[in-house]
Design a protein around this ligand. Structure first.
Ligand code: C2E
Ligand code: MG
Ligand code: MG
Ligand code: MG
Length: 293
């Protein structure tokens, strides 16, 4: 396209590219100090059973506030960290912090079947030390393996299917749970999906958004749910914002939901307040201990 637009188009393209690569370099160098300077923190988004009665888990989502650059979205800095290799160090921090937090919550009386979901990037998943890292984190934190869920994407799964299937088997053998994030947006093959034996599919929010208006989205969700159920997998819908979407998902047979209808991703203390309210409403665990400060 730059060539077609002639010299001016080409110049503009170059300037835009320079601007972008300068931003990437700026973020890379800022990210190098982010861990040491405690600029990163986790938010936790509640995951709720489709009937709304059970708090089934939380997804850990990374947040970065830089003193000068302000809040930087993970949609921007995760790809930068992936490109520079920093995702390995950052991802390890996320895994340890999320596991430590979940262990603390279990000790405070949260439902023992609750899971903590952590996103894994391709580089983390392909790293030969991943399985040992997970073993180490579970040992160090004392978190039961079945309370940790690792989220892969279809591209992670399909990058090198045979190798990925082997890693999934080793992780499953530890007892951790596995899910496929943003399901339906990638290019995974159904025959591999069967061999993957992950526990859960996360239906991408793009199919949920118009589920009440768009018959095609409804059909896609129905097909995903049918396939998951025949393969013995659980399902969770992402990005559920309205009761009408939740009702439709329940009618179609989805197991769990996550989205603004229940809550945005929350800092730990606010997640605790949410959990306390939710568990009280459901008539369970009358009082969770508060985090000692
Ligand atoms: P994701 O894993 O698919 O996470 C779901 C995203 O949807 C989150 O965006 C969440 O805040 C947002 N969301 C949740 N409910 C709703 C809703 O009802 N409506 C709408 N419109 N959005 C909703 P977030 O936190 O900005 O994260 C974006 C992506 O960045 C994540 O997508 C994930 O791919 C990546 N990411 C975040 N934290 C990590 C991490 O620790 N490691 C890795 N590798 N990736 C991460
Ligand atoms: Mg995710
Ligand atoms: Mg997702
Ligand atoms: Mg995603």
């Amino acid at each position: 396209r730059a060539k077609q637009e002639g010299r001016n188009g080409y110049r503009f393209f170059t300037a835009e590219m320079q601007h972008q690569s300068a931003r990437i370099l700026q973020l890379e160098s800022a990210l190098r100090q982010a861990l040491d300077r405690h600029e990163l923190h986790l938010c936790f988004q509640p995951q709720v059973s489709i009937d709304g009665r059970r708090l089934v888990g939380a997804e850990a989502l990374l947040r970065w506030t830089h003193p000068q650059l302000g809040v930087i979205s993970p949609a921007e800095f995760i790809p930068v960290a992936e490109g520079s290799g920093q995702i390995l160090q950052v991802g390890e921090w996320v895994l340890r912090s999320a596991a430590r937090q979940m262990k603390q919550w279990l000790e405070q009386g949260y439902p023992p079947a609750m899971t903590m979901a952590v996103n894994l990037s391709l580089a983390q998943f392909r790293h030969p030390g991943l399985v040992e890292l997970v073993v180490d984190v579970l040992q160090e934190t004392g978190l039961p393996a079945h309370c940790l869920e690792l989220e892969l994407t279809e591209s992670v799964a399909m990058h090198d299917p045979a190798a990925a299937i082997a890693v999934v088997r080793r992780l499953r053998a530890l007892g951790v749970l596995l899910s496929i994030d943003d399901f339906g947006t990638g290019y995974s093959s159904l025959s591999y999906l069967k061999q993957f034996e992950v526990h859960k599919l996360k239906i991408d929010q793009s199919f949920v958004q118009h589920i009440n208006q768009d018959g095609h989205d409804q059909s896609i969700v129905r097909a995903i749910l049918g396939m998951a159920s025949s393969l013995g997998m659980l399902t969770i819908a992402e990005g559920v914002e309205t009761a009408a979407q939740r009702d439709e998902l329940e009618r179609l047979g989805c197991d769990e939901v996550q989205g603004y209808l229940y809550s945005k991703p929350l800092p730990a203390a606010e997640f605790e307040a949410f959990a306390r309210r939710h568990l009280q409403q459901a008539g369970k665990t009358p009082a969770l201990a508060a985090t000692p400060s």
